[in-house]
Design a protein. Structure first.
Lengths: 185, 82
């Protein structure tokens, strides 16, 4: 016997147009927060995350015929959301800069002079934003947000080893960038 | 699987976490209902009922049509391979 949840997924996949719309709204209501939260973790901008949540569900709706119910909705949605967020980061890569106002909201670390610590954090955050988006997304999800490597790998459509390589490269580039600025972490 | 100097990597992870803090409760955070925005988007860009045809497929079809037009002897060969 199929559960109501899998009925919704089947209708979304291959129902008649009205059933697809109804199933899509149900899935949207169930997963909106999770998708928004996932995107927010990547782009770190609430209004951008809202815009990208709409874009993600629009793409999900367009691609409903390609959805494989057996593989579950959550992972599929997360993968589309990650691609949408990555595209957004790529277009904003050069223009995005972290402001001093943003820094004021960050929690203070327990190191020496607060002014120096704040300066180091600001430079680190700015250097992080200069990283290639593909590396930045892997690092922010795996290191900052502490998501399991397997989940990150599925979301990015790469292997767990590839995630580890991206995180390693991101941290190495970050270290080099900070060293160039005279900061030795 | 380990990469490079683990101590350096761990230190960099700490530095990064201090500079870019974790977003707490991202899944439970307030997000306004975006359904009306999504509906508007779907109305503005309705899904096409025509099957999607890849550009490469179109180019190949055009090439075959041109071949049949300018080299009619190729038609039986093309039909044979269909």
């Amino acid at each position: 016997m199929q559960s109501p949840a899998s009925d919704v997924l089947m209708e979304f996949r291959q129902g008649d147009p009205e059933s697809v719309e109804a199933a899509f709204e149900t899935l949207y209501r169930q997963h909106q927060r999770a998708v928004y939260g996932w995107i927010l973790r990547i782009v770190r901008d609430p209004s951008g995350a809202e815009e990208l949540t709409v874009e993600t569900f629009w793409r999900i709706h367009k691609a409903h015929e390609r959805f494989e119910a057996a593989r579950g909705f959550e992972g599929w949605a997360r993968r589309i959301a990650t691609r949408v967020a990555l595209d957004w980061l790529r277009t904003r890569h050069a223009s995005s800069e972290l402001s001093v106002e943003c820094l004021a909201e960050l929690p203070s670390p327990n190191v020496g002079d607060p002014a120096i610590a704040a300066e180091i954090r600001l430079r680190t955050a700015q250097a992080f934003r200069r990283l290639p988006p593909a590396l930045r997304v892997a690092a922010v999800l795996a290191v900052v947000e502490e998501q399991p490597h397997k989940v990150v790998a599925e979301a990015l459509g790469i292997s767990v080893t590839a995630v580890k390589v991206r995180v390693f490269r991101a941290l190495r580039l970050l270290r080099k960038d900070l060293k160039r600025q005279g900061i030795t972490p | 699987m380990k990469f490079g100097n683990t101590r350096d990597q761990d230190r960099m992870k700490e530095v990064l976490k201090e500079a870019v803090p974790r977003i707490e409760g991202a899944d439970d955070g307030s997000c306004r209902d975006l359904w009306p925005v999504l509906l508007r988007r779907m109305e503005e860009h309705p899904a096409s009922h025509w099957p999607k045809v890849h550009l490469l497929d179109l180019a190949m079809l055009a090439g075959l049509a041109a071949l049949a037009l300018f080299v009619p002897v190729s038609i039986p060969v093309l039909l044979y391979y269909l």
